[in-house]
Design a protein around this ligand. Structure first.
Ligand SMILES: [Zn+2]
Length: 391
């Protein structure tokens, strides 16, 4: 892990919110910690929680990217027995002191519960890699003895409520170095921006050190098959209902991945962290021969069946794939715009590496299909998409 804190830079910050911006950017510019809008941070000043607003990216966040929310209002919400995420977002909005501010992060209540001035949250690749392995629970327990370790639940109110319940009675915060969320990420905290940031780097380094024993050492790969990509794109465009952009990845890693035996089962084991699902879907389209049409039809049929298995009144998203693994050729990310295709490509790249490493730890194991569906069709994620119309 790169430790990027600089006393000289920090001294330039005029107040605590500026320091909050400074270390948020340090976290945001490290792709192994967060990718494209992932993660969130906060600072408590008097009785206000300044928490990352939705739509902001940690790597480029400004002061205006932090939403000032009443701490007491958030703590009252944590005490509620039940709260839908839509209602939570509404109540959070009402508790903002500056109405021009963005919507607070869906993790705002969780930030409020943690009794430290600075709170940092990332989806560190190394931690989710270990967590997404068959022996993940055992390894995490061994590596993170002084941390609160929490089994996977949906982000939002359910997660905040769970942490509230685990920490409300007699919990010794002073002995807790951070919170590990299985299949999701990590929270660290401290009385200063430096402390919280340093705790994050130190904590993630622990997972990285562990993974050093499981290096991939991928031999030089070659493309072993060719496909009519123009034809494939035509068919994908038709399936999506609009003209797509293809981002082709033929890195050594992508080639190695696409050369794995039993490719369909191998590459259909789910997302690295739940927030990815909205961009990548749970599984890719796998192409192993020239029957593109048959493979696309089967993918869509399977997606519709998956939707039917779990849907309770939701509207189905576009059932066509968001990325494609082509046997012996590489991985293609596909979307309406080049920007979104690049984002999917970055997420998939991190996933390919994590899957291969987790297999070295005993086997990759993501959240299950039902949990994936709940995330993919989370009302708040659907709302986010409505504004962008990616799918
Ligand atoms: Zn998160």
């Amino acid at each position: 892990m790169k430790y990027l804190w600089s006393d000289k830079e920090a001294k330039k910050c005029k107040d605590e919110l500026e320091l909050r911006v400074y270390t948020s950017r340090l976290l945001g510019c490290d792709n192994s910690l967060v990718l494209h809008g992932g993660g969130n941070t906060s600072v408590k000043i008097d009785d206000t929680l300044y928490v990352k607003g939705s739509g902001w990216d940690l790597s480029s966040i400004e002061k205006e990217g932090f939403s000032p929310v009443s701490l007491n209002a958030l703590l009252d919400m944590a005490k509620k027995e039940q709260l839908s995420d839509t209602k939570m977002v509404k109540l959070q909005k009402e508790a903002i002191s500056d109405k021009r501010a963005p919507n607070p992060s869906v993790e705002a209540i969780l930030h409020a519960i943690i009794p430290y001035k600075f709170v940092d949250h990332t989806h560190a690749n190394s931690i989710v890699t270990i967590s997404n392995s068959i022996n993940g629970k055992k390894i995490i327990n061994e590596l993170y003895k002084d941390y609160l370790i929490v089994d996977y639940v949906m982000p939002g109110f359910i997660l905040a409520k769970k942490i509230y319940e685990l920490t409300s009675k007699g919990f010794k915060w002073e002995e807790c170095k951070g919170i590990i969320l299985h299949h999701h990420g990590i929270f660290t905290f401290g009385d200063s921006a430096k402390k919280s940031y340093s705790n994050m780097i130190k904590s993630v380094q622990t997972a990285e050190d562990y993974l050093k024993n499981f290096k991939l050492n991928i031999p030089e790969q070659k493309r072993t098959k060719e496909y009519n990509i123009k034809k494939l794109k035509e068919l994908i465009d038709r399936a999506k209902g609009y003209e797509t952009v293809f981002k082709i990845n033929q890195s050594n890693l992508a080639l190695f991945y696409s050369n794995q035996p039993n490719l369909k089962e191998f590459s259909s084991r789910g997302v690295l962290t739940p927030e990815h699902i909205i961009r990548t879907k749970r599984v890719p389209l796998v192409i192993e021969d020239d029957n593109f049409k048959g493979a696309i039809e089967k993918y869509i049929e399977d997606y519709k069946a998956y939707f039917k298995r779990y849907a309770k009144g939701q509207t189905m998203l576009n059932p066509a794939p968001n990325y494609i693994v082509l046997k012996g050729y590489g991985v293609i990310s596909t979307s309406k715009t080049q920007k979104e295709a690049n984002i999917i490509n970055d997420i998939i790249n991190a996933t390919l590496e994590a899957v291969l490493k987790a297999d070295k730890l005993g086997g990759y194991l993501s959240i299950n299909e039902k949990e994936s569906f709940e995330m993919e069709y989370w009302e708040l994620e659907q709302n986010k998409l409505k504004s962008k119309r990616i799918n």
